[in-house]
Design a protein around this ligand. Structure first.
Ligand code: HEM
Length: 569
């Protein structure tokens, strides 16, 4: 019996090894290759079965392999050959050194591109080509440029943030009056699901700038719609990942078998239909709005609700939205798929990433570093002659506090919401040291490893905003601290396909942090009975170690309104 098993096993293993030899790309010379014991699956054991413990997160497993195989190595994943870079310097070299231009496409993944998206996906997941170039240029000019952030976007973000904070305060007052929440919460303390509130904030900003749709965070129907979008986009993030779909790397026949026993395709279909429904609904909304603006109907409607100047200003604002410009600008000649991809990018790209960073930054300051919160408060108000109300009104516009900027950078670095970033595919050969990486190779950036590389960031697991600051002497011979322009993190990726929304997201985070710091004081969770302090290591907090994005376990953040805060309303 045992002999028969051994014979079958050996024949199977030898056949698989031979097949493996023919179906996988040849190894690249002069680059360490990771030894993997199982033919055909090859290195897929890193993501199969899916990680349950934080120590098994793909970024940690890739980082551990670097101890044996060096910072940059090659590994077979099913039928594909992947290059993985695991340190700050190697990523800088492979992603953005001057002689490397070919690291500029995205791989096509069967599950996400063919099954889930049916041809329409975000700009970030579009392979290089005419469609990608047109959409990237158009969205950048119309919504995401720095000029747009400075001239217009900040006003929308400012108002959305004010609304978010007012809602949090009102909810907290209601809760305290009802006295039906945690007994440790004293009147005036705020305990909230900050991620959800910031998701509504981002959605409000994104829907306005894209479609001219006014998402009202206090309206239950809007909240219901928002919850649906948040749920669908969050589930798509979870299923689309390049480190989460082993079937994408399997030979066609095995993938068919895998799909037969998996419910994933059904889930993809359901998510696609839901996403399609709200994208079509918003498109129709923007089309009607365009018609109403041009016929004068909208002005008439607004004049009946506001004074004439406000109505005219609002019409001008609406003319700044992405979709108004699209309908108005015959020259742009974007195909419907291209503009849909832009809209999708606007709605989904920062919907989780920005709010999750926001909550993690608050957690660091509230539960571990209240002194940083205090320092930021003092830094913010000193630009406005210590006038707290003026600081609150103006902080979104000028982004004066270098210290708050340092907090944003340090949050992005330490949290690293996308630990394995987004994958790239080479479109020509890339020379790396003595190795020649062929066209069509997939590259993984281990962003977690780079952002916690002790050679670049001393005490990499510590939250130290000051590491981003250098001292300079001003024109009037006063010394001041400013952001060190030579310092970088890779939370937004790097190089030719770096996050296009990085300045937009940075400003959102700057505004969210500044306004929270100005209106509240932190109450560390340690002061509460029965509650242990959640970890400050984002991977340890992660609910889904196998996922593309880090999503911390839910926990309360306790903040107290400043004594003079009531004056602000
Ligand atoms: C904190 C929030 C965010 C984080 C951490 C983040 C992170 C990333 C990362 C890691 C990439 C891949 C970069 C690379 O391959 O080098 C990316 C791509 C991209 N992101 Fe973001 N993102 C954020 C918010 C946003 C927002 C708010 C938008 C737009 C509204 C946006 C738009 C894009 C686009 C268009 C790309 C694709 C760039 C390309 O492939 O050319 N992102 N993002």
């Amino acid at each position: 019996m045992i002999w028969r098993f051994l014979v079958y096993f050996s024949v199977g293993f030898i056949s698989a090894t031979i097949i493996n030899f023919f179906i996988t790309p040849r190894p690249i010379k002069n680059l360490n290759m990771v030894y993997t014991p199982f033919p055909i699956l090859n290195g897929l054991e890193i993501i199969l079965p899916k990680a349950k413990r934080w120590e098994d997160s793909p970024c940690i497993q890739f980082q551990n392999l670097a101890k044996t195989y060096d910072d940059v190595y090659q590994i077979k994943f099913g039928t594909k050959l992947i290059i993985v870079a695991n340190s700050y310097e190697s990523i800088k070299q492979l992603w953005c050194s001057k002689n490397i231009k070919a690291n500029n496409s995205r791989p096509i993944n069967y599950s996400f591109h063919k099954v889930l998206s049916k041809g329409i996906y975000t700009i970030g997941t579009t392979p290089i080509g005419e469609t990608y170039r047109k959409s990237r240029k158009h969205i950048s000019e119309r919504v995401l440029s720095d000029k747009r952030n400075n001239d217009f976007n900040y006003v929308i973000m400012n108002n959305a943030c004010d609304e978010m904070i007012d809602k949090i305060i009102n909810q907290s007052i209601d809760n305290n009056n009802k006295n039906d929440i945690d007994i440790d919460i004293k009147p005036n303390l705020v305990s909230n699901d900050m991620v959800k509130e910031a998701q509504y904030f981002h959605l409000k900003v994104a829907l306005w700038l894209t479609y001219g749709f006014e998402f009202n965070i206090n309206d239950l129907i809007h909240q219901h719609l928002g919850d649906e979008i948040i749920d669908v986009e969050n589930r798509i993030t979870k299923v689309r990942s390049h480190v989460q779909n082993p079937q994408d790397y399997l030979p066609y026949i095995l993938r068919l078998g895998f799909n037969l026993f998996s419910t994933k395709n059904y889930e993809f279909g359901e998510l696609y239909n839901k996403r399609d429904r709200y994208l079509k609904m918003f498109y129709q909304y923007a089309l009607n709005l365009y018609a109403d603006i041009n016929s004068g109907k909208m002005l008439h409607k607004l004049q009946s609700q506001n004074n004439s100047t406000n109505a005219i200003n609002k019409i001008e604002d609406l003319k700044n939205t992405l979709m108004y410009n699209y309908f108005d600008d015959a020259k742009s000649k974007l195909a419907i798929g291209e503009i849909t991809s832009e809209c999708l990018t606007m709605v989904s790209a920062g919907l989780d990433n920005t709010p999750l960073n926001f909550k993690y930054g608050l957690h660091q300051m509230v539960n571990y570093h209240p002194e940083i919160w205090d320092k930021a408060f003092n830094d913010l108000i000193q630009y406005y002659k210590n006038d707290y109300q003026l600081a609150y009104k103006e902080c979104s516009n000028e982004m004066k506090s270098e210290y708050v900027k340092a907090i944003v950078n340090e949050t992005l670095r330490l949290f690293t919401v996308l630990p394995m970033s987004l994958p790239r595919e080479s479109t020509a050969i890339i020379a790396y040291k003595d190795a020649i990486i062929p066209k069509g190779t997939t590259l993984f950036m281990n962003c977690w490893a780079a952002n916690h590389d002790s050679k670049k960031f001393p005490d990499p697991m510590e939250f130290v905003p000051d590491r981003w600051l250098i001292s300079i002497v001003d024109n009037d011979f006063t010394e001041k601290m400013v952001i060190d322009p030579t310092m970088k993190h890779f939370a937004f990726g790097i190089g030719c396909r770096k996050c296009l929304g990085n300045n937009f997201a940075f400003r959102e985070l700057y505004i969210l942090f500044s306004k929270m710091i100005l209106r509240f004081k932190p109450t560390p969770v340690t002061e509460r009975k029965y509650q242990t302090i959640p970890s400050d290591n984002s991977l340890k907090l992660n609910q889904y170690p196998e996922s593309l994005a880090i999503e911390p376990e839910p926990f309360d953040l306790i903040l107290e309104r400043r004594s003079f805060d009531a004056d602000i309303v």
